[in-house]
Structures are given as structure tokens and as C-alpha cells.
Ligand binder design. Structure first.
Ligand code: GLU
Length: 503
């Protein structure tokens, strides 16, 4: 049975890269008929941010990634919040200590800082490892009495992993193939801090084992930690059930060079968080995909393609189609450009598929917030008119302003479209509009046509000028439909005004 976990740290709002990781975990779990777990990795108390856990759960809920087991849902391996599992980690750290695979280190941070500086001044980097640990203050160099004395005196200590001096650590990654690291390049990572809290590495491995995780799917930034995790599995004797690894490619800046950052997003004016986030400490607000008007279907489809492809031409995939098509083997190694225009394209496509009745509520909400009172009936007409043309519902609101406000100025560069016949045709048209029994596109058009015929002018040639009179410019959606929405009276007023001003 496949069991995957999404294991975010609640250190702030969930980054969009985290949503992609969660999505790939979810797609794989569903595809394999397995289970999707949510584990909150909050052992780094210094980086804990109030509200971040709730944000993670809200964001997953919004995009439709459902959790089978874990934080917020419960399950046989509860608790799923690491800060509540301290005793478990203590027990396993003791096991490593007893087996001589981990040791106490009493070096103070001042001593380690001084060492780092010395090494730096010699042009190298200090590592706590097989080469240096024999000269440092730890249970490998101190006598048992000294160690016991220090522990009894509550002296500051950490517990470190004993990394072998010379050994090749090899493991297979589904995305990267074989990864080989020499243990001399690794350092004796801290497993447990003196406050009794484990570090990420220990807690992560212990929990993946206890929670029977079969596949670890996570971002590439964790690839350097994987050899250490492999070593831990070996030391614990859990190699036979070690999960398979799949490290997902980085998300790159829209231009493709370098890792995507919040700064790139701010400069480009696009979000990197699924939902809006207000920082509890500073009160500063970060925009979210949802509030920017992205549909969850579009965001999911966009994220699915950031590092994975189906190997066919098909681009539009619903969640269930993604589940059907998804395989870990089709995840690429190369970083994925965060092309926000592609996200917009997806949104345009998915918005087009929505029913007008589905988008009208959002439109009305926007209008209300801007102090514009529009009847639901009229709002529906407006949504219908713009629907296929826009990327976001907010575009409908911006673009429909000419329907809500009579033009006061007319685009100067387009005035030449006002032909000599325009004033005479439109004067008659404006006056006869009220005679139309059923004011709709066909009848409004037929009336204009018959007036043009009687004056022996081509109707087609008058359309640009009519558009100018109605909207103030030459661009916009279907003109006769716009006239239908405006109604006879408003259309008449607009035409008469244009005759006065332009004519
Ligand atoms: N807590 C880690 C994170 O915040 C999890 C990494 C992993 O999946 O192992 O991304």
C-alpha cells in the first residue's frame, strides 16, 4: 500500500512550491490507491509562526487536495504534529547513543564560531566530522565520568550523528537516478538539541518509518539531506523498509535563471502564495492566487505542469485526469520556469468553461466592493457578454465600466471614424429606438439597417462610429449586445450626446 506524506514546517505561509509538492504527493497517492498524510514538522520552535498551520490546511482545502490521515484528520499514528512527539524522538536518539551511532557534544556556540572563523581565515570551511571531532569536546573524547558529570550538571549539549569517515553512500532517486555521496563530505549533523527537541533530520526519518511512508516526494532543496537520512535508516536497521525518494525540480524565476523568490513575484506583480497572508508580526499583506482571481482548477493544472508532463499534447487536465495520467517517472530533473503567463492562460481557459451563473456572484461582490449597485439580471448579461474574452472575473468588472458609466470623453484618435453620414443616420436611429417592441440584438440591428438602407448608406461603415458613441473608444465586446444591455433609453442618450460632441 502506497503511503505518502506532505510534511510542511509551519514557518510562514505555504509557498506555491509547497503546494506543488503536496499536489504531486496527492496525485501519486490517488493514482496508486494509497494514502495521503499531512504531518506538521514544527520542531524548530524559533521559526514557528502563529497561524501558519491553519494556513496550510486552508490552502490544501481550497485547491482540493484531501488528506486521508494526519493533522486535522487524525489516524493510527497520531499525533501528527512533531512537537507533540518529543518522547518518541528521545527514545530513538537513545537507541543511537546506545549503539554508538550518535554522541553527546558539549562545545559551546562561541567555541564553534571561533573555529569557523579560524577555518575561514585559512580559506576553508569548518565541519564537525570524523576529521575534527577527535579534537572537540564530546563523548568520543571525554571520559565517561566527565560526560556523566556534565550531563548531571545540566551543561549545554547536543546529540550528533556519528558519520563514518570514509564511506560511499548510495541511494536511488526516482527523478535523479543514482545519487552517490562520500561520507567525508558530510558533517555530524545535530539530531537533538539541548532543549530536548529533535532536529528535522531525526524527526523526519523516525516519523517516515513509524508512519510507514513508502515514498518521500519533496523539493530538491532536501536532496543534500537525503544521504544523511539514508545513513539514519541504516543505523536504525530500517533499510529494508526505507521509503523510495523522488526529489522534485526547483521552481525557477520566470526568465529561467535562479530560484523563484518572493522578490521576483513582487517585482512581477504575481503571487507566490496560494491564499492571501497577513504576517502576524509585521501586519504586512502578501497577495494570494485565490484573491487575485485564479480558479483552483487553473492553479492545479499550472502547478502539475511545473516539473511534470504527460508526454502528449494535451494541456488541460482536470484533477481526475491528472490522477489518471500522473507517474513519478515523468517528472523532469530540470528546473521549471514559473511562467505566470501560462498560469493566466490556464485561468482564461477554465474561466471560459464556467457557467455564467457560477461567475456572477464573484462579479457582483467586486461591484459591491466598488460601490456599484447592479441587479443580478444585468450582472448576468454583462458576464455573458465578456465571459470568453477575459482572464479573470475582475477583468469583466474593469472592462464593463462603459456599460455602467456613460462616456464623457471620446478617444481622439478614433474620431475620424465618424463619417459625414453618421450624424444623420444616428439622429434618426436614436429617436426611433423607443419604437422597438422587444429591445434585443436583432431588432436593434434591423432598425439600424433599415435606416441605413433608406439613406442609401452601408451599415457596416457606421459601426465604428456607433461603437465610439456607445463606449467612447473602438475596442470592446459585441456592440449590438452591449446596446441590448444598455436598453433603448440609455442608447439614445449616448448617441445624442456623441452627435453633439463629435458630430
Ligand atoms: N519539513 C520539511 C519542509 O518544510 C519537509 C521536507 C521533507 O518532506 O522531508 O519542507
Amino acid at each position: 500500500m502506497v503511503r505518502v506524506r506532505f510534511a510542511p514546517s509551519p514557518t510562514g505561509p505555504l509557498h506555491i512550491g509547497g503546494v506543488r509538492t503536496a499536489l504531486y504527493c496527492y496525485l501519486f497517492a490517488r493514482k496508486m490507491g494509497g494514502k495521503m498524510l499531512l504531518r506538521i514538522e514544527d520542531t524548530d520552535q524559533g521559526r514557528f509562526v502563529e497561524g501558519a498551520e491553519k494556513y496550510i490546511i486552508d490552502a490544501l482545502n481550497w485547491v482540493g487536495i484531501t488528506i486521508d490521515e494526519g493533522q486535522g484528520v487524525g489516524g493510527p499514528h497520531a499525533p501528527y504534529r512533531q512537537s507533540e512527539r518529543k518522547d518518541i524522538y528521545k527514545k530513538y536518539t537513545q537507541q543511537l547513543l546506545d549503539a554508538g551511532k550518535a554522541y553527546y557534544a558539549f562545545d559551546t556556540s562561541e567555541e564553534l564560531d571561533a573555529l569557523r572563523e579560524t577555518y575561514e581565515s585559512m580559506g576553508s570551511a569548518f565541519q564537525y566530522n570524523a576529521a575534527t571531532r577527535i579534537n572537540l569536546k564530546n563523548s568520543l573524547t571525554l571520559s565517561k565520568e566527565e560526560v556523566d558529570g556534565k550531563l548531571a550538571d545540566n551543561e549545554h549539549f547536543v546529540i550528533r550523528l556519528l558519520v563514518p569517515a570514509k564511506e560511499e553512500i548510495r541511494f536511488h532517486d526516482i527523478v535523479r537516478d543514482w545519487v552517490l555521496v562520500h561520507s567525508s563530505a558530510m558533517d555530524d549533523k545535530v539530531l537533538m538539541k539541548s532543549d530536548g527537541m529533535p532536529t528535522y533530520h531525526l524527526a523526519n526519518v523516525v516519523d517516515d518509518h513509524l508512519m510507514e511512508i513508502t515514498h518521500v516526494i519533496r523539493g530538491e532543496e532536501w536532496l543534500p539531506s537525503a544521504p544523511l537520512h539514508v545513513l539514519l535508516y541504516r543505523y536504525f536497521g530500517w533499510e529494508n523498509t526505507m521509503p523510495k525518494f523522488a526529489h522534485l525540480p526547483l521552481l525557477l524565476k520566470p526568465e529561467g535563471n535562479g530560484k523563484l523568490s518572493k522578490r521576483d513575484a513582487d517585482l512581477g506583480g504575481f503571487p507566490v502564495f496560494p491564499l492571501e497572508w497577513i504576517d502576524p508580526a509585521s501586519g504586512s499583506k502578501s497577495i494570494g492566487f485565490k484573491q487575485e482571481g485564479y480558479l483552483k482548477e487553473a492553479l492545479i493544472n499550472f502547478l502539475a505542469f511545473l516539473g511534470w508532463n504527460p508526454g502528449t499534447e494535451q494541456e488541460l487536465f482536470s484533477m481526475s485526469e491528472l490522477i489518471e495520467a500522473f507517474t513519478l517517472e515523468r517528472i523532469g530533473k530540470a528546473g521549471a520556469k514559473f511562467d505566470i503567463n501560462k498560469a493566466k492562460w490556464f485561468n482564461h481557459e477554465y474561466l471560459k468553461q464556467k457557467d455564467d451563473t457560477e461567475i456572477v456572484e464573484e462579479f457582483l461582490e467586486l461591484a459591491k466592493n466598488e460601490g456599484q449597485n447592479i441587479t443580478k439580471e444585468k450582472a448576468l448579461e454583462i458576464c455573458k457578454l465578456f465571459h470568453g474574452r477575459v482572464t479573470f472575473v475582475k477583468d469583466i468588472f474593469n472592462d464593463c465600466q462603459f456599460l455602467l458609466n456613460r462616456p464623457e470623453i471620446y478617444d481622439q484618435t478614433s474620431i475620424e471614424k465618424w463619417t459625414t453620414e453618421a450624424s444623420s443616420v444616428f439622429a434618426v436611429y436614436a429617436n426611433e429606438l423607443s419604437t422597438i417592441q422587444v429591445f434585443d440584438v436583432d431588432n436593434a440591428k434591423n432598425l439600424l439597417n433599415s435606416i441605413c438602407e433608406s439613406k442609401n448608406v452601408k451599415m457596416g461603415k457606421q459601426m465604428a462610429a456607433l461603437r465610439l458613441a456607445i463606449t467612447g473608444s473602438l475596442s470592446g465586446p459585441d456592440l449590438m449586445k452591449s446596446i441590448e444591455i444598455l436598453g433603448a433609453e440609455e442608447t439614445k442618450l449616448r448617441i445624442l450626446n456623441a452627435i453633439k460632441v463629435i458630430g
